[in-house]
Design a protein around this ligand. Structure first.
Ligand code: UD2
Length: 304
């Protein structure tokens, strides 16, 4: 059996996936430009190739003898994608197209990649299900939607097996709280440790569907298993189906962590912030045979 190529394998989700693959005895090649990822968190058994996913020859080289691809390399910050439109578009869309094309040329190797809840845009109070018309409101979401289309089209044209997983708000160990684009849970935990107040953007009543990184890794692996059973173009949410407000998140942290509650300040609302985000987990259960088992309470308790 050949190795797995994991692009972005030195990143937050990527390094958890690499550990899971190595843990079951699989070979792994990581392609990462280390712009956000960190080489030191990769186990020694993973072979690291430092470079750009837009480099077709490099990607082709990494795929020699491979059995499939997990394509996680991306600029994941919604804000940064809006500031650096072309740069982020090249990495997120052209980078994905480079990987899909290389996988096709290498003999239709299966490609699993994260899409995002961002493709739904602002769905109001509705639960986001895959049969809803996507309506991204950010360049990041538009590029992720473009990746989904290309994956489905290459499956139709050439039979390339692909799976696009629409990740909701992912959290867990190893998420860098100091990046300006850190997720809210990493930031709240860091505030708590440092004795700093939480700054809520707006009233704090916005809600999110928080999914633990271990569940995301299980979904990525299950998607690859489904593609091995039968070539197809899979598309599904990875979420818990439940959402909580930021105020409730802060209160839950206080309750689980004990000690003095972390004070809360309210700042201006973040421009373009989505008010509510909750996914339907029905298709994930039906097509991946998987449920996001970790509740926010359990996930937070582990992080504390
Ligand atoms: C998440 C994803 C993003 C994209 C998007 C899709 C993360 C880190 N980002 O963006 O990649 O998939 O969903 O819609 O998961 N907030 C505060 N105070 C803070 C930090 C955040 O109030 O100190 C608020 C923020 O304004 C937002 C919520 O917390 O309302 C969640 O923010 P986030 O940056 O963790 O994630 P989000 O949903 O913007």
């Amino acid at each position: 059996m050949g190795h797995w190529l994991v692009t972005g394998g030195a990143g937050f989700i990527g390094h958890h996936l690499v550990q899971a693959l190595l843990g079951r005895g699989d070979g792994v090649v990581v392609l990462d430009d280390l712009s956000a990822g960190r080489a030191e968190r990769l186990p020694a058994e993973a072979r690291l190739v430092t470079g750009d996913v837009q480099d077709a020859a490099l990607v082709a080289g990494c795929l020699r003898g491979a059995r499939g691809v997990f394509h996680l390399a991306a600029i994941v910050s919604v804000e940064r994608c809006a500031q650096d439109l072309l740069g982020a578009h090249r990495v997120n869309l052209a980078g994905t197209l480079t990987v899909l094309d290389a996988a096709r040329r290498a003999g239709n190797l299966p490609v699993v990649f994260p899409s995002s809840a961002a493709v739904y845009g602002d769905a109001g109070e509705r639960t986001c299900a895959e049969d809803m018309a996507p309506a991204p409101i950010s360049p990041y979401g538009a590029d992720k939607l473009g990746c989904e289309h290309h994956a489905r089209i290459l499956h139709g044209l050439h039979g390339l097996p692909t799976a696009a997983l629409r990740l909701f708000n992912v959290y867990g160990p190893g998420q860098d709280p100091h990046s300006p684009y850190a997720g809210v849970i990493a930031r709240f935990l860091d505030n708590r440790r440092a004795g700093r107040p939480h700054v809520l953007h707006g009233d704090g009543l916005q809600t999110r569907d928080f999914v633990e990184v271990g569940d995301v890794v299980r979904a990525l692996l299950a998607a690859q298993d489904r593609l091995a059973e039968k070539p197809r173009a899979l598309l599904c949410n990875v979420c818990t189906g439940r959402s909580i407000s930021l105020l409730d998140l802060a209160a839950t942290l206080d309750r689980l962590g004990g000690g003095a509650p972390t004070p809360i300040r309210h700042g201006p609302a973040r421009p373009g912030d989505i008010r509510h985000s909750r996914g339907s987990a029905a298709r994930m259960e039906a097509s991946l045979g998987l449920r996001a088992a970790t509740t926010v309470e359990t996930g937070l308790a582990r992080l504390l």
